[in-house]
Design a protein around this ligand. Structure first.
Ligand SMILES: *Cc1c(COP(=O)(O)O)cnc(C)c1O
Ligand SMILES: [Zn+2]
Length: 437
């Protein structure tokens, strides 16, 4: 069953049919999928969801392609991890990590692409295309392979090696463009009118693509026992994910899946080298000034974010905040999450954790709140960012003497031989060393 009633312009409210349309003919406003929430409310139950697959498709009633055969690699239903050690370091109380590194191609983009290509295939498209900061390229190429579709992805030529390699292995055509993401996106927009038979995930089927991010909110609520958190921290590239996380919580309230109407503060995270939304938030303005990105957080390096204004609006209305962090803080965020919780995130995850730390220190994210941080991509995708800062503790010849000599040096720092013999986080020596710097 499909509960979609059509598309609607976010600006002027004009209605459109659920086809491959993304902007309003009259005012050029972006289009949004609309649903019959009354009918969904009469159908969807916690039990119906629980009996579904352990993927985003358990929430099919709230996705724009409920009646189609999904293009599915198993995206979603990723772990929600209670992060007590990290919380203790940041002075927070109840903290959870939504670990989207566990998705099939290692990022949250699998959620949006699974939805977009399902709709694209339903509409009869044979080729999937996109402009990407890397993770979208990986996911489009993988899901296109799964769907038996061709794929063409355009990327900035300076992307991380792993992201380029992954995309080509899945059989995607990769076109590296000499320019930044905003240049690539402009080219992609021109191509969309030249190649009407291609489904451009971030252009002509973007309206459907965006809906996939709602599943982050659905899962968090379900994994918390059908309760909404008090505060979520979300990284911002185009701003789409952040706006749809808000829409997701709102929909759960509307269709009666939560006991009470959710009230979730939503805070945004950006890298200082590409922080148009955080800057507008700090200045208290409505205008998002485009920037030229310069940051190691390449997956978030969108200088002119399509949904920037909408993200800002969601943040303000929810009582959240938006902040940015330096590239050094991003690396520190990656290390902090990895050593406290055993989760290795890419640079975008470093942005989220470092911003969480900053907002916690400012008292914006509070210790009496139930907090969820969205960690959206796997660290193996951006190992370059850590090169020169991560290596063996020692390099030795293969003899016991050499080992003892090298290991003896560590024991000066850590006489217990490691955290296994100490129970409490606060007495863990490696944590104390890190705290003092
Ligand atoms: C694309 C991306 C984001 C940002 O999503 P937007 O919807 O563009 O704001 C965040 N994290 C990762 C890992 C991404 O690849
Ligand atoms: Zn309009």
């Amino acid at each position: 069953m499909d509960f979609v009633t059509g598309l609607r312009c976010r600006e002027c409210g004009r209605a459109y049919p659920a086809e491959a349309l993304h902007v309003c003919d009259y005012c050029f406003g972006p289009l949004e999928v609309t649903y019959d929430y009354e009918r969904i409310g009469a159908t969807v139950t916690r039990e119906r969801i629980a009996s579904g697959p352990r993927t985003i498709w358990r929430y099919g009633d709230l996705l724009p392609v409920a009646d189609a055969n999904p293009v599915d690699l198993g995206a979603g239903f990723t772990p929600l991890v209670r992060a007590d050690r990290l919380a203790a370091e940041l002075g927070l109380g109840e903290l959870w990590i939504k670990d989207d590194t566990a998705n099939p191609t290692g990022s949250f983009k699998d959620r949006v692409v699974s939805v977009a290509l399902t709709k694209a295939r339903q509409l009869g498209f044979k080729v999937a295309a996109c402009a990407s900061t890397g993770n979208l390229a990986n996911s489009v190429a993988a899901h296109a392979a799964r769907a038996g579709m061709g794929s063409v992805v355009l990327i900035p030529s300076d992307l991380e090696t792993a992201k380029i390699t992954m995309t080509t292995v899945y059989g995607g055509r990769v076109i590296a463009v000499e320019g930044n993401y905003d240049d690539v996106n402009r080219l992609c927009a021109e191509l969309t009118s030249e190649r009407p038979s291609w489904a451009f995930v971030n252009v002509n089927v973007r309206t459907y693509y965006a809906e996939g991010s709602k599943t982050l909110a659905f899962e968090v609520a379900e994994q918390l026992g059908w309760q909404a958190p008090d505060h979520v921290v979300v990284p911002i590239g185009s701003g789409s994910q952040l706006t749809k996380v808000a829409k997701g919580f709102d929909e759960l309230g509307r269709v009666g899946l939560l006991d009470e109407a959710p009230s979730v503060r939503i805070s945004g995270a950006q890298a200082e080298g590409c922080s148009p939304v955080a800057t507008a938030f700090a200045e208290g303005t409505d205008a998002i000034r485009p920037v030229k990105p310069s940051t190691i957080a390449k997956s978030l390096a969108i200088g002119n974010p399509a949904d920037g204004w909408y993200a800002l609006d969601v943040i303000r209305k929810s009582g959240g905040s938006c902040a940015s962090v330096t590239d050094d803080e991003v690396l520190e965020g990656i290390r902090l999450l990895a050593r406290t919780e055993g989760i290795f995130a890419e640079t975008a995850g470093g942005v989220t954790i470092a911003t969480l730390a900053k907002l916690a220190a400012q008292g914006v994210v509070r210790s009496d709140e139930r907090v969820v941080a969205m960690v959206t991509g796997h660290g193996l995708k951006t190992v370059e960012a850590l090169s020169g800062t991560a290596g063996p503790s020692a390099t030795i010849p293969p003899t016991l003497d050499a080992f003892d000599e090298a290991f003896g040096r560590f024991e000066e720092y850590d006489p217990t031989g490691g955290p296994a013999t100490t129970a409490a986080t606060t007495t863990n020596p490696s944590v104390q060393v890190a705290r003092s710097n």
